[in-house]
Design a protein around this ligand. Sequence first.
Ligand code: GAL
Ligand code: MG
Length: 964
Amino acid sequence: MHGDVYGLMFMMAGYGRPHYTNVIYPFPVDPPRVPSENPTGCYRRDFYIPESWQGYQIALRFEGVDSAFHVWVNGNEVGYSQGSRLPTEFDITRWVRVGMNTLAVRVYQWSDGSYLEDQDMWWLSGIFRDVYLLARPKVHLFDYFVHTQLDEKYKDAVLHIKAVLNNASQQEVSGELEVKLLDAHGCPVIENPFKEEFSISANGQTTLGIEIPVSNPEKWSAESPYLYKLLLAVKDADGRILEVIPSRVGFRSIELKDGNFLVNGVAIKLKGVNRHEHHPDLGRAVPLGAMVQDVILMKRHNINAVRTSHYPDDPRFYDLCDEYGLYVIDEADLECHGFAVLKDWERLSDDPEWEEAYVDRMERMVQRDKNHPCVIMWSLGNESGFGRNHEAMARKAREIDPTRLIHYEGETRLIFDNEEVEPRVADVYSTMYTSVDKMIELGQKTGMKRPHILCEYAHAMGNGPGNLKEYWEVFYTYKRLQGGCVWEWLDHGIRRRTADGKEYFAYGGDFGDQPNDGNFVIDGLLFPDRTPSPGLIEYKKVLEPVKVEAVDLKVGKVRIINRYDFISLDHLALSWNVVADGQVLQGGQLDMPHIKAGESRIVTIPMQMPQTVKPGTDYWLNLHFTLASDTPWAERGYEVAWAQFKLPVESPAPKVHVASMPPVSCEQQGNKLLILGADFELVFDRVRGVIQSWIYQGMDMLVKGPRMNFWRAPTDNDVHEAVMWRKAGLDRMQHRIDSVEFKACDKNVVQVKVTSRIAPPVYDWGILCEYIYNIYGSGDVVVEVHGVPQGKLPDTLPRIGLQMALPACMDAVSWYGRGPGESYCDSKEANRFGVYSRKVDDLYTPYVRPQENGNRTDVRWVSFTNSRGMGLLAVGMPQMEFSAHWFTTQDLDAASHTYELTRRDFITVNLDYRQHGLGSASCGPGQLPQYRLLPHEFNFSLRLRPFSKDAISPVELAKQVIEG
Ligand code: GAL
Ligand code: MG
């Protein structure tokens, strides 16, 4: 049924409905019993058995059925199975006949297995992975286990093969197993094929052990995933080949040594993600193409590890990880989190009656995946407390496969606060969402026998996560800390359309599924359609395998550090340029020096310091490390890492003297203040204390004048703080105007001073704000705001800044600052300084649940231009953050799905002095102290300036400094 199965999750096809819960069971808890109303999917199809299969043993294999099923072939009941993410094989030889046959499968949503499948994801049932037939000769290789043993120098190897042969015939047979090892080009590695004779009694089984020494094979690692090919040929007594089973072999070792886990002798860092299987249209029936896309995206974003949270994945996924190079923590299909709510987390995990069910899930996973070099650890499942059944699982895993390490976060959770206790089962300490500070504390522990990893960290729900950089600084500082996996890879949104055809992604509750956990299922680095989110771009930057430090920029000296664990930087090309005002001034290619893993070299970039320096201009040196040739995951030229340095150039800004400006006049007309310059007319509203209109060369510059704003549409990571913010009334602040005064300072400047108290209803705290507008004859308006908190303010503020509205026609945005992507103070590493141009449309990030988005940080200036080249420039003094949207903050705040947003006929612009960081408090620590926006007395200025096409460009206007 290969290829047909997609959409066979019956809830995705309109039978029953998807239901999302994170922790709780959506049915009464009374194990092992389940509801009698049990959604059931009945499947039936015909299949053809060719004549040539006569005499073969025929197996029917299911790779994944959720959660339990019965199978009939030609009306005969063949069997039953459960364990949703595990394979089942039925021997159907006696039930099938040559020609057409009928297969019927009945799938039940609930079974006692459901108690062990309480992972944080949609409840979805059906046949969601491949179903196929296997024809094997009567004498066949039933199973094999290959592992590679490296010597103490991690150089030479022994290939261990354990082969189990079955004889399904009625007489004793003898024959030979022939083993060939080929390199990646198909050339034999061992001169003569290895041969081992066997003889097996009728209906019997035999096990052969083969050891093949291989001198200095290429080693497999995520960075250099070299795969050999192993051919296992079963021959009969006459030397005829009965079957050949191909397998791929990666020579690598994994061990625990001196307090670290080592791959090929190296204490690697896991640059990981947690991946669930999800597809926006097909549920957990993920097509191969989407798996390939995931793996390629991971490789392109410098990710080297995946935890298959929280169950074994489609078997093809491991082939891809072997091939492209990703370390895998393979996790058993086991979670009974719902018992935590009942304060009885160990109920099943410690109950001997459930031991067999637990061990079965472990055993079937290990048996299925044991030959994949990518798998470095077996995980006993997730969030199931810790009990005797976990110990039994670990025992079984070690018995089958003593070569890999055991992971289980649940055990660390139990012993975490008691340093004397050593884990009984797990080889590594593993925690979730541990703060940076705590990681430092853990990193400093000496004499520990085991390293520490974060199986989950940096909750990537909605906009975020923040402070990835700090985690990686700490991981690189302490050898004990071996990285971690971001939670999580992909948003599990389900694609839907509104009645009028607007596409959106649904989450918990959108299907009438009660009770549910809403959009907690939307917490990935990828949007549901697998578009990278800004969080993923940030992760890529933080994980970069090349780090560059300035040594002496004046002479182009930098230190290049190779942060790979195994490979040199020889596969990268290095190019550089010097850029000012968005113009490339110099640049070139450089031979990449040979730098081994973990080493560094000082390199001189052959650049010249700018000879003639333009006043007020920044000069940037950019380095790009790109792929020197094509790889399976990206083409030559793909940028893997980059660095940027501001050159130490003195270039005082150009000055504009007030005296040389045209005159301005100011006159009071009722409630208005009319300020006239050569090119403009600016009207001040004396009642509301804001600019009411600003006409420049006949064109309206503003829809709404700037006013202080402290609110943002809460992000998912703001979830807890937002409760406090709303309670404090930060979303309902009122602006009381206490005075509006003006004076003509001289003939070229008018000053308007507004004092205001901005405060929420109900409470007695507020912020006293004084706005001073200096309106110059040149058309520049410098706004200075001084704010003084009064009374007891909330602990943090979402933002402090000016908000205004611009005419819709001014939607071409250019800025100089970090870009091109969105950034926040604790998530801005991925955005380099430059001059960027985008439409307002492109500045919006469509988070599945609308929220604050699209911010740009460290911005020196931003301009908004209409199609005639006229517009408004805003210049930070010296810097600001900005965002521009077709939606108001209130629109974004009120919407819970993207389709609820309607484009306004004006642009909302935020020019912020500061914004609160992102953090990852939706399920983890909040912002680090340095990224928290605390209420404080503030003072900031910015300059607004209309411009037209023929005058000086915004780039040059932005540099000007008004003097006198
Ligand atoms: C973890 C859990 C994950 C997921 C995450 C929150 O505690 O292991 O499955 O629920 O929290 O998104
Ligand atoms: Mg859970």
